[in-house]
Design a binder for this molecule. Structure first.
Ligand code: FMN
Length: 191
């Protein structure tokens, strides 16, 4: 039987009042409903990355294990000053080889009209440099404070829109994760 597709859903920030965590949790819960998929939810708050870079002392072994095991990534980033938060960058920078030839889907979040599109656009060259393969479309959560209730549940009027767009993204991500997983086996056999 085919091994489950393991997807690491990365939340983008750590501040106490953070709202993008609701979008990240929604993405993770949505992924758990996909057949043949297992989801690892990664909250940067739960990890410690001493210093900078990806030297052994700059890694968190738990994050190393998660990224090594992952077949694919789904990053949910809010927009901070037209970019993505430093905690997400620090986390991403702590690994390199574990990302290579794996697909990544991106989601943007903001409390205004833009939905984090500039955060996502600035994330694309960074994740590409790590060897991740970026999907050609994304999902956005503009006015995030209006989409989820206080407990983090999506309000019913948004469900149709996000069920459609997030499902489309997962279909593509899972398909690519399977292709690249077998592709990596072939590639590493030749090396
Ligand atoms: C430091 C900081 C910078 C921000 N910069 C932008 C920005 O450039 N563009 C934007 O649309 N929203 C910006 N925002 C608003 C955030 O997108 C919004 O607060 C969002 O909820 C942040 O995610 P979080 O709540 O998970 O931290 C900024 C928020 C913070 C805290």
């Amino acid at each position: 039987m085919e091994a489950p597709v393991n997807i690491a859903v990365l939340a983008g920030t750590t501040r106490l009042q953070r709202r993008s965590i609701k979008a990240a949790q929604f993405i993770a819960e949505f992924g758990r409903k996909q057949p043949g998929v297992e989801i690892e939810f990664v909250d940067p708050e739960d990890f410690i990355f001493p210093g900078d870079g990806n030297d052994p002392e700059g890694k968190d072994p738990r994050y190393s294990h998660i990224t090594e095991k992952a077949d694919a990534f789904f990053i949910v980033t809010p927009e901070y000053n037209h970019s993505f938060p430093g905690s997400l960058k620090r986390m991403l920078d702590s690994e390199l080889a574990n990302y290579n030839h794996k697909p990544v889907a991106l989601a943007g979040v903001s409390d205004g009209n833009w939905g984090g599109v500039r955060a996502v656009e600035s994330l694309v060259p960074a994740v590409r440099e790590t060897g991740l393969v970026v999907l050609s479309w994304d999902v956005y959560f503009p006015w995030v404070q209006n989409i989820f209730d206080d407990r983090g549940a999506m309000k019913p009027e948004f469900e149709q829109r996000y069920n459609h767009s997030v499902q489309k993204l997962y279909d593509e991500l899972i398909w690519m994760a399977k292709l690249l997983r077998s592709g990596r086996v072939e590639l590493y056999k030749q090396r």
